[in-house]
Design a binder for this molecule. Structure first.
Ligand code: SF4
Length: 488
């Protein structure tokens, strides 16, 4: 760990209220999470590391003894937005000091990794900066900051894995849970900062993943989403000494009796191997919804993006996946306005979207990320061109999403209920295709899968009536669904 001192701007020694009182009073922790599910997962694990120090969650930053901003570098102008948020926190911290209390401010995540020293230079009220690979060292950094040891910066890629040093989670898990199995990326897409901020691809051993999954299920999780920047590149050490791919890992996870649903995200088309394609047809606990970023439909742009696949490869892959699982629904990521994107390149993207038919998608205007190869390209597109293309692609994807949701009307879907809905007596859950579904029902169904007759189309959601409670496994329903689709 590198310990930085600020010289003239060294913050005054920090003492939490509890320490000043000489007691271990509960301390409050506010975490603001930006970006992807990986960050949501990381935030939860950071909170767990701080539980032994007496920190409990609060949703009020102004009352927090510690604030963590878990940042995402994918966001446009991520650094500027972070500094503006830190400006607000400086005021809160000053107010607390006037009241005789302290606030430890930590910046974590990918912006911390990329801009660590700059954050401490521009925002000297920040006490801790830590990268995504060093969360397990957070308690030690908090202790040092609280003792007035100066600002703490740790953006190393340590030899030891953070996963081996994080505490085992306890307490109730949500009905749906995330489980990080892989981190980092070796693909170096020319627009992306992840290989620089998260480091090289690394996979957790199979035994560690199974242990965490069993713990999540024992604590109430019915669905687990396996996470990784490049999750289908998973290659963890198996208990048999062999290297396991994601398909084999999913097969082992499916053996956990009370685990009803498995998902995984985010994948790269080039890492979609035959075993994983086959798993979509063979493993009924693996949900028929796949997020598979394509980014562009133009081979010229895909090459400039260093995507390692062509449009035809992607379409061929979709065909094979749908052969394995006919009801597979797909979502994707699209970037419009990449440097040098011509009208013809953009038309190829629209054509690919038409050819696939996505159930959902995230689309973005290209915006340069400092330090990435594409950021220095000379043929950047004017903003109005990017905006116009974004509007067109969004309109097409919105229509496809609506059509997909509309096709559910009149069908029975197995819904995993996660929590109460907004209306009295209503429950909210998810279909196998990840659509939010609302239906009236008793709270006792939360954590269960039940069939819902879909009869209502909301904005990005479905509504319906409860048909019948489902058993723990969705196997019979998945088979029935497939049979219905095959005979349609
Ligand atoms: S595969 Fe994904 S995470 Fe890796 S460099 Fe490309 S966009 Fe970034």
């Amino acid at each position: 760990m590198v310990e930085l001192r600020h010289g003239d701007v060294l913050p005054a020694p920090l003492t939490t209220r509890a320490q000043a009182d000489g007691q271990r009073l509960p301390k409050s922790l506010f975490i603001k999470t930006y970006g992807c599910q990986m960050n949501v997962y990381d935030s939860a694990r950071m909170a767990e590391t701080l539980t032994p120090l007496g920190y409990a969650a609060t949703d009020r930053p102004e009352a927090a003894d510690m604030v963590i901003l878990n940042t995402c570098h994918i966001r446009e102008k991520a650094a500027e937005k972070l500094f503006s948020e830190l400006g607000r926190l400086r005021g809160l911290k000053a107010e607390r000091r006037q009241d005789g209390a302290e606030m430890i401010i930590a910046v974590a995540g990918c912006v911390a990794q990329a801009e660590g020293a700059e954050i401490l230079r521009r925002a000297p009220h920040v006490d801790i900066v830590l990268g995504p690979q060093t969360y397990h060292r957070l308690p030690e950094m908090v202790a040092l900051a609280a003792r007035g040891a100066g600002a703490q910066l740790d953006t190393e890629f340590p030899v030891e894995s953070k996963f081996d040093h994080l505490p085992d989670a306890s307490g109730e898990a949500g009905v749906t849970a995330f489980l990080s199995v892989q981190e980092g990326c070796d693909k170096f897409c020319s627009f992306c900062v992840v290989p620089y901020t998260r480091g090289a691809e690394a996979s957790r051993p199979v035994a560690a993943v199974l242990k965490e999954a069993e713990s999540l299920v024992a604590r109430g999780a019915r669905e687990i989403t396996l996470l990784g920047q490049n999750v289908n590149a998973y290659h963890g050490a198996g208990p048999d000494g062999a290297e396991w791919g994601l398909a084999r890992l999913i097969g082992a996870l499916a053996g956990i009796g009370d685990l009803a649903r498995i998902r995984y995200t985010t994948s790269h088309p080039a890492d979609m191997d035959e075993a994983l394609i086959a798993a979509h047809g063979e493993e009924s606990k693996l949900m028929p919804f796949l997020h598979l970023p394509v980014q562009s439909g133009s081979d010229r742009i895909l090459a400039a993006m260093n995507r390692k696949h062509r449009a035809a490869d992607y379409l061929d892959l979709i065909g094979r996946l749908r052969q394995a699982r006919p009801d597979l629904a797909l979502s994707t990521d699209i970037i419009v306005g990449f440097p040098g994107e011509s009208d013809a390149d953009f038309a190829a993207t629209l054509a690919l979207i038409e050819a696939v038919g996505f159930a959902a998608a995230f689309c973005f205007k290209y915006s340069p990320r400092p330090g990435t190869p594409a950021a220095g390209a000379s043929d950047q597109l004017p903003e109005p061109v990017k905006a116009e293309r974004l509007a067109r692609v969004q309109a097409l994807l919105a229509r496809q999403g609506r059509d997909f949701n509309r096709s559910m009307i009149g069908r029975r879907l197995p819904v995993l209920f996660e929590n109460p809905g907004r209306r009295e007596g209503q429950l909210k859950g998810r279909s196998p295709y990840l659509q939010p579904v609302h239906a009236p029902g008793p709270a006792s169904l939360i954590g269960s899968i039940a069939e819902v007759e879909i009869d209502e189309l909301g904005v990005g959601s479905l509504g319906g009536r409860l048909a019948a409670a489902m058993p723990a496994s969705e196997r019979p329903m998945a088979a029935a669904l497939l049979a219905a689709i095959a005979s349609a």
